[in-house]
Design a protein around this ligand. Sequence first.
Ligand code: SAM
Length: 362
Amino acid sequence: MVENFRFMAQPNLGKIAYQTLQQSKGIVGIVHKEVSTKLMELVAPDAVPETSIPSADLLFELRKSIKELEEIDWQEAEQGIYPKSLLFEAPWIQWFFKYPLVWLDMPSTWLRRVKRNFQDIPVEINKEKYPDYYLQNFHHQTDGYLSDHSAGIYDIQVEILFNGTADAMRRRVISPLKKGLDSSFPNLNPSNLKLIDIATGTGRTLQQIRSSIPKCDLIGLDLSSAYLKQASKYLNHGEKDLVQLIQGNAEKTPLKGNTFHAITCVFLFHELPKEARQNVLNECYRILKPNGILVIADSIQLNDIPNFIEVLENFHKIFHEPYYKDYIKDDINNKLEKAGFDSIKTDTFFMTKIWSAKKTEI
Ligand SMILES: C[S@@+](CC[C@H](N)C(=O)[O-])C[C@H]1O[C@@H](n2cnc3c(N)ncnc32)[C@H](O)[C@@H]1O
């Protein structure tokens, strides 16, 4: 009895450290947003978006949802789905030195908001290399996705936006990915496994996967050479296996059909027009091997969590997200089926929806 009590009374230091880190990131995110909004109200009042003020109940629900996400994140690490070290991993020193750039960037963001100038991208960009929908300042990002400056501060901006939960949101793809692979390819040696992360951006999802399924052959694809350069700096150093990074449009990749055991795709679909969403799913189907697995993470949609509808409505008023309004109503399951996928499953976590699907053997 005393032994049991002693056992129960042991504090789980790892979990407390993780919770403390998440709380600190959350506070930094909230303070940053509060101060920057106040500054915008003062310096550029015309840039302030007209949004509803969230009620105390809604804020409570959001905090609860973040806590649930962190609990699942911890539990899955405890179960060995990914190593606990991932929960603490980030290029902290680099972020520390890049953070002032986020502030310095703000005035140009406000100006872009006031002028409603959403096609403000570097003049030297060869526009013919990109689809029209891509040549925009998504979330008012300076240079869109098309410069080293944008790629250098993107991760910090996303961390701030989601109050420090961005990687916990991305990690939700790992469990369905591993389950799907175990069921589709039970005897496959990880060193023979080929996985591609579509719209990989700065490579944070690839880093989570590499730590969870070591030795597998990883590829990242994105339209932005600047973001791929950033991903390469982050992923391809030290002793770890190199990750191959390819510039290409996810609607029509330069990759051979029937190549990959698995595809992941995080935070892309809400930034695509409707037709492009279908094209990307068709392309994923084409490049997957028979029985291959697709796992997508993106924003929750209108029908997922009724309490959060106000947050979704505010999101596209605050940020330039031209396709978000359509995305949150879109029937992605239907698009997956149209592309040929089956065994479609969905799940939701804090602001994150996960789809997993299979290309059944033909
Ligand atoms: C919101 S970011 C998400 C990046 C990353 N997956 C993450 O978790 O942070 C969207 C990414 O999609 C890329 N992208 C947008 N449209 C694309 C397309 N048609 N083909 C390939 N990449 C695309 C952008 O360059 C950008 O890196």
